[in-house]
Design a protein around this ligand. Sequence first.
Ligand code: GLN
Length: 483
Amino acid sequence: MIDSSLKDIAAALRAKRVSAVELATESLARIEAGNGRINAFVTTCRDSALKAAAEADARIAAGTAGPLTGIPLAHKDVFCTEGVLTTCGSKMLANFVSPYDAHVVSLLKQAGAVMVGKTNMDEFAMGSSNENSHSGPTRNPWNLDCVPGGSSGGSAAAIAARMVPIATGTDTGGSVRQPASFCGVTGIKPTYGTVSRYGMIAYASSLDQGGAFARSAEDCALLLSAMTGHDPRDSTSLERDAEDYSRDLDKPLAGLRIGLPKEFFADGMDDDVRAAVEAALAEYRKLGATTVEVSLPNARLAIPAYYVIAPAEASSNLSRFDGVRYGHRAAEYTDLNDMYCKSRAQGFGAEVKRRILVGTYVLSHGYYDAYYIKAQKLRRLIANDFAAAFQQCDVIAGPTAPTTAYALGAKTDDPVQMYLGDIYTVAVNLAGLPGLSHPAGFGKGGLPVGLQLIGNYFGEARLLGVAHQFQQATDWHARAPQA
Ligand code: GLN
């Protein structure tokens, strides 16, 4: 049953053809059967899930259920969950049991969704392959020798492997869209400020945004609708009411203008990715959309700007992990300073340390203007490029990533190569725009290819509607990896 659409699952729940307890049991059984190979989950919550499922069944019986009541759900381990281990992929937090729920977690609890576990991720969401996790890498369900993408690779793999129908993620520079692309699922990151960051462990606060994973855009719309709305505990949470992101699902594509940034279609993407993306665009034209060339002249500067700003913010955010209040503390030390140093040296992995060093460097006296301020100026130019492009089109389309999923270990020795894989996604975060990735076909070795759709501010309902229309006409999103 958990392979059905959320609409069908909800109808089955209402008709008593299935119970929430049965759904949770099915989801937990699949996790138990597949997680040894895939490592998508770092924690499962059998007892609390079955209890929440029983409560959901009571709500369904009482007629007070919503669209997510009784639906099994996974949270990326970056979200604080009361009474449940919240490791953020790090040894630093390997023993951290959160005393409170993130805003997103409480909203989904209120909606009656049943959390079955927490998903694997790159340490502190820094990475593009899930190989930076203290819990070991997640494997791609389409090919276990390949990475699932990152940093929300556990959530994307859990959806692809049909362990849960919906999962949360976060996207600072592509961490929802790129793993969605690598795992052949749908993922959306909304406009910055739409999803509260309260209780979402901070990486780069001006870029971090919660997002939604599901097999289809239709299901993503239901999940995202339950995750948003103003939260006074996050100072960047926008004072807007929660929205119904399903409202544009049935809107036809006739008249839709899709902008194709010429910089995204120049050299850089693999041939198999290009072929799938071109075929998907041809399908969009068949459905009545028109395509126009647009330009994002500063897009090539997105990687250098992002990899200055994100580490700068990370170096500040991660200073709280000092071994004093929570998380890892070194067993032996001579004085307070030695305790800080040893705890951090032992608790953080190599990539996190690299970013703390880079971030501290670009913020230091004498380098601040040359690097950090320069990157902030580029950020403005990149946002201006998007504003100009949206004068000519309604949505922007292109590849989500330049490649399909690559072999585990292929890029771990070359961080710059790894960073370059984020070329199509990071500009969207720098500008604060909404972005979505949906399955668009398959490339070499039968690995999924994602198409990225970028919207103007608050354009997420339209993005989901556009993807839904595509998914009504194609079945890429419905394909499942071999069991
Ligand atoms: N791959 C990018 C990084 O390593 C983005 C990660 C993210 O979106 N959390 O920073």
